[in-house]
Each structure stands twice: as C-alpha cells, then as structure tokens.
Design a protein around this ligand. Structure first.
Ligand code: LMR
Length: 329
C-alpha cells in the first residue's frame, strides 16, 4: 500500500551495518625514525599489540620505522596535518617551539634512570605536557631510550680539550649546541638518518647517541672511538593529533591511554637492557674502541659543561630548574 518492499529494507539495513563497521575502524599511523629493535621501535610495537588486542582489532596501529614515511625534519608537520596520527620524537626536537623542553637536554642533569623517571612522571613532565596541550599536538607521555655516549673519528674523547676543532652532528636543541660550544667543538644540525652518511664522507667527525642507536644505525662502522660518558639522557615524547584524538570515542581514548601507560612502563624497564645488549654487540664487532670515563674524568667534563646551566635557565625558567635540583643529586 505504501510502496514498502521488505527486501529493500533488509538490504538497506545490511548496507548500513557495513558502513557502521567501516566507520568504527580506526587506523593510527605511527611514524618514527629509529630501527624496530631500539627502545622506541619496541615500545611502538608493544603499544600497537596492546591497542589491537584490547579493541579487538577495531583500532589498528600501523608502524613506519626508520623514517620510512617521515623523518625528524617533517614528522611534526605531518602530525599537525593529521597525515600521521602518532610520532615519538626525541624531546630535544621540540625545544625550538617549546623552550621548556631544553631542561631535559642539560648535560649531566640526571645521574640515574630513577632521576629520569622522576623528571618524566613528576612536575617537570607535567609542566612540559601542559605546555604542549595548548597546541594541535597532544602529549601522550614520555618514552625512555637511554644515556647518550660520544663517538669520534681518529681521536678518542677523554678530556674536554679532545673536543677542540672537532665537528659534531647534533639534534635541534639549543642546549646541545651550547654543550658542544662549551667544549670548543663546532656542530651541524643533521637529521638522524643522515648521520651515517655524513660521518662516512667525513663532513662530521663525531656524534652523540645511545648505544642502541649507534649499533642499529651501524655508526660504529664509520667511527673509531666510543666514550661511555653518560653525559645526557635521550628520551621521547609521544604525540598525537588533537583533532584525531577528539574524534575518538571515550572508550577508544581510554584503551589508548591505558595501553600507552602500559607500553611506557614496559619500555622503562626494557630500555636499559636493550642499550646494554647493544653495547655488548658493539664490543663484539671489534671495530670501535670503547673507553669508560673514570670519576675524575667525569668531574672534569661536568666542570667544563657548567656554563650551559646558567645559559639555559633563561629559556627554561627558575622554577623548573629548582625542580630539577630537587630530584637530582
Ligand atoms: C637522534 O636524532 O639522534 C635521535 O633523536 C633519534 C631517535 O629518535 O632516537
């Protein structure tokens, strides 16, 4: 009577169901620049597994490692434009837009993993995350890698005077630039994945990184010496796109947040053994001489790097510097 056809209705319903299913499917493209076998690569994998398991696969995480999609110069812009939904740059790479992050790059700021954890989980971490959350990039938490070590061509680096006239690759953090200036070395700002080739052609003759990055990017092939200096900490801030985040359901947000917390705790524990394992691999390669700084040598490095603190306070503010004082030796 009303031109009602049951078959049409059924078809329409089925079609609607299918559409709904598609709409529910969320893909998080997670782009990062290191190898899969590094703390960041492993944390991303762990996070992906947890999210996929807990959402029954309705949220999937596609990981693009080694800068396959974006490198450190363009990943933040890609995130802001929602071309990827998650990245985890070194905290050093946020310092130009968010100067407060410079505090985490201060040389010898942290003398233990526990101090790093206190910084990330305490007032410093909360203050930095809050600063960020006013932008289109939402901070999800801090991920751990490890302490940075120095590598060099021909001369070993045991005393501050060994840095004179050397040319280092550095990340984009003013503190890191000031660190090398204090040691009378010059620097070039280069993307992580360009470090190997720039060492290879001898445009630079030194760099600093964690043993996991030195090993997995084969930097030892182009370097003669590795100094275990533990002079700075390299960690990450995991970021997502704010609009993407707001468009998720409450339930999806909750699962992603708890999976992030669990992956963070997991990598906090595993990052240390990953870097230790890669240091053992570096020893096994026999192609780089490994030097350990003794206490006296370390004190001399610390003294030489002291001016960096005074210069940095202007960018970071007195309050955060005092906070750092309270949690460190
Ligand atoms: C670097 O640029 O050396 C590091 O930030 C790479 C990384 O993401 O660990």
């Amino acid at each position: 009577v009303f031109g009602f056809d049951l078959r049409d209705t059924v078809q329409t319903l089925e079609y609607d169901d299918e559409q709904e299913g598609l709409e529910d499917q969320v893909v998080i493209k997670f782009s990062h620049v290191t190898s899969e076998h590094t703390p960041k690569g492993l944390a991303a994998r762990k996070f992906a597994e947890l999210v996929e398991e807990r959402t029954n696969g309705t949220v999937s995480v596609e990981i693009y490692a080694n800068g396959a999609l974006y490198n450190d110069q363009d990943e933040q812009q890609a995130l802001k434009e929602n071309r990827v939904q998650m990245i985890a740059p070194a905290t050093s790479k946020l310092t130009s837009e968010y100067p407060g992050f410079q505090i985490l790059d201060l040389p010898y700021a942290f003398s233990s993993y526990e101090e790093v954890r206190k910084a990330y989980e305490g007032t410093i971490g909360r203050t930095l995350l809050a600063e960020l959350n006013k932008s289109e990039m939402r901070g999800m938490g801090f991920w751990y890698n490890g302490f940075k070590q120095m590598t060099s061509t021909s001369e070993s680096l045991l005393h501050p005077s060994d840095f004179e006239r050397m040319h280092f690759r550095r990340m984009p953090s003013p503190v890191i630039e000031r660190q090398f200036q204090a040691l009378d070395a010059s620097t070039s700002l280069l993307p992580f994945n360009k470090t190997y080739e720039n060492l290879h052609v001898e445009f630079i003759n030194g760099q600093e990184n964690t043993t996991s990055n030195i090993y997995t990017k084969k930097l030892y092939e182009t370097q003669d010496h590795l100094t275990i200096s533990n002079h700075g900490y390299l960690g990450y801030i995991v970021l997502t796109n704010e609009t993407f985040w707001k468009n998720l359901s409450d339930e999806q947000r909750e699962i992603i947040e708890t999976s992030m917390e669990d992956a963070t705790e997991w990598i906090r524990r595993h990052s240390i053994e990953t870097n230790d394992a890669h240091l053992r691999e570096l020893k096994r390669t026999d192609s780089i001489s490994i030097h350990y700084l003794n206490q006296e040598q370390q004190n001399i490095w610390r003294q030489a790097l002291e001016p960096v603190y005074i210069e940095t306070e202007a960018f970071v503010g007195r309050e955060l510097m005092q906070e750092l004082d309270q949690i460190t030796d």
